[in-house]
Design a protein around this ligand. Sequence first.
Ligand code: GLU
Length: 492
Amino acid sequence: MAKNQVRVRFAPSPTGEMHLGNARTLLFAVLFARHHAGTFILRIEDTDQERLVKGSVEYILKTLEWLGVTPDEGVCFDSKGQVTETGDKGPYIQSQRRAIYQQYADQLLAESKAYRCFATKEELELMRAEQVKAKQPPRYDGRYRDLDPTEAERRAAGEPFVIRFKMPLQGKVTAHDLVYGDITSDYAEQDDHIIIKSDGLPTYHFANVIDDHLMQITHVIRGQEWIASWPRHLATYAAFGWPMPEYTHVPLIFGPDKAKLSKRHGAKTVLAYKEEGYLPEAVINYLVFLGWSPKTTQEFFLWDELVAAFDLKGINKANPIFDPVKLGFVNGVYLRQLPAEQLMSKAEEWLARADWFDRAERDYLVKAIASVQERAKTLAELPGLVEFYFNRPEPDVKLIPFKTQAPTETARLLELAVVGLKEIKEWTLIEIEAQLRSRIEQAACQNGELLWPVRAALTGREASPGAFEVAEVLGQTETILRLDEAVKQLKS
Ligand code: GLU
């Protein structure tokens, strides 16, 4: 196949929020398409009208947008942020393709490969109850499979009905999955599933085959949960005599208890990570590495590097385990790689909510951010981490003394520090360090005995960047002022 013929779709159902599992499937599909310079298509599978949640399509598109994914074809935002479509194989929203599915269902009816079923809800419930009683697996028993088609047509004029697919009654089917290898299923285990529901809309099982065929999808990349119903799809391709796309079923993400990932494992929607100040690059890197490996030791990739390295063969069969702590760690790595200026502009939304933001001078803020950058795991944490640079802390006489140091001793050492700091002509990190170290020598004390009080007096925090660094950012006047204040309090 020529490289640029690869066509891959992501086909979410608009049933609410977009979770990490969906996003990972999306990323695998996009990376595969980009790696092969192919086409990435977004299709919306909204045939289950009962599960629709208003606004989900916008939500899905916003998630894609945040992850930096733009569909080449299918549903997308226009320049005004309205939902629209692009491409010549549409519509790409399944509820708008009703007539297409009906045409193909009619073809199967005409060829006796499908049939109308008039079983009522009560009838089906009774059938199931009897099966359960007889300790048989519950399944549709094919009771309308052999109804005379003319009779069926007559009844269809006045009765509600569904259209069911005539599954082969026996035989096996083997298909190849790029992750799981050859999978063989017994047709006898499958009942005649519904392809068109009584509301005239198709089921997923029918619509995905028709659409993947008509949209010329070459590779289907979807969740592992669809393996069980795969024989239905395979039989549908066979009934139409259509060639099949290649299939890759992606292992589900698990929580630490080996159950399917959910909120109770601390997993959130993709956009919740955005709100909390995660970088899309970090979320992408974390998700792609959940069950995929590039077979190198490189751990952190830029998007273009992922595109170059991505290969479906690198997907591991084992279900990966979600670890929120690792995600935070990965985000921290990406945050640290940013120049402080960029970090500041990315964090602007959060910084702007701080009470001190309006009086913050830009260069000072950049320096403050640079000094705490090592410690931030999310953009949302930044305002809290730099706050002490803007709001002068009340000296805390409990915090400032080093370990069991007597407050009078702390005050004495701080005064010594102030004497040294006042002598500095050019306020640089090197000068500050040299001055404070020589005062430590003069006092013949340990580093911590002088540096802890200085740092604690300047920041009011248990944890912060070191004394030299903080002093440098604060500047000479403010540093001395804070230390003087602390001395006053310690002596009172
Ligand atoms: N609509 C299905 C889902 O959301 C898509 C499965 C597929 O990609 O074929 O799970």
